[in-house]
Design a protein around this ligand. Sequence first.
Ligand SMILES: Cc1cc2nc3c(=O)[nH]c(=O)nc-3n(C[C@H](O)[C@H](O)[C@H](O)COP(=O)(O)O)c2cc1C
Length: 324
Amino acid sequence: MIKTKVTEILGCKYPIIGGTMARISNPEFVAAASNAGACAVLASANYESPDELREAIKKTQSLTNQPFAVNINLFPALMPQEKLVEYVDATLDEGVKIIETSGHKAPEQLVPKFKEGGAIWIHKCAGVRYAIKGASLGADMITVVGYENGGATGTLDIGTLVMTPSVVDSLDVPVIAGGGISDGRGIAAVLALGAEGVIIGTRMMATKECPIHDNLKQAFVQAAETDTSLVMRSIHNTHRMWRNKAAQQIIDLEAQKAPLETIIQAASGQKAEKMYKEGDIDAGMVSCGQGVGLIKDVPTVKELLDRMMKEAEEVISRLQNITT
Ligand SMILES: Cc1cc2nc3c(=O)[nH]c(=O)nc-3n(C[C@H](O)[C@H](O)[C@H](O)COP(=O)(O)O)c2cc1C
């Protein structure tokens, strides 16, 4: 059994954060991942009002008694800054004591609320300087994702292998690292780099409980590590996406220097939702990391996490056995 500061502080069985995924991380999926041993993260950006978030939290609590977190997305285009406070209040009022922030610079104005509410605050970012800033503001843990990561990658383009030890060396608080982790070898590697936990997104999509259409899960099983691209860099919102027709259309628009509104309209999250529900795998864009190339099946979340942790333990003991 692998025990780290992350399992100790968050109270989860495995040192795994089930990464928040917009339009995907709903109560049922979060509960499935937390019941399977991860600390999963509910995406507050899925909800149009703090009351809707409250209902989602209550639903999640009815489905699991294991720890889960709520993600507060700081990206200004996604949520007006004054609204953020209401989402944080809703989270704390409903008794969730693990809050992850992501998507923009560390939220200085919210820190007193996290602290007064007794929350464990995890700030997720994609660079050493942002990690240092988050920790200096009082983050209890920092999550850092490298270039392989599915979703927002930032602008620095530093891979997980270099990003993780750089951040670990710069901070006193526990570090959770990810970007490209799809099996137990990845977990063991990131722990070897000094992280106390790992974050997994892309790999979790190809599981039975993930609320996306089976066509997309099967497409991920078939995909190679070369099938992702960085998109929306020209509008300062770089994301790593699965390179389907919808992503290629954005890449083409960016190459043509299309106006911002055209790109934003083409990238609409509603199209992704249609793809998730109806299974037309070219209908919208989906965040996807390079680790998609390592996906070979669609197990339950529990089968996946048990298998990954068993493999991580085997890797660690194999490495112990090669030392003389
Ligand atoms: C489909 C998808 C949607 C995501 N949505 C969000 C999001 O809304 N907010 C966020 O902070 N991270 C989001 N992420 C990033 C994940 O939470 C996690 O950090 C990332 O997936 C880890 O890298 P990996 O995909 O290589 O495992 C998303 C990732 C994926 C694959």
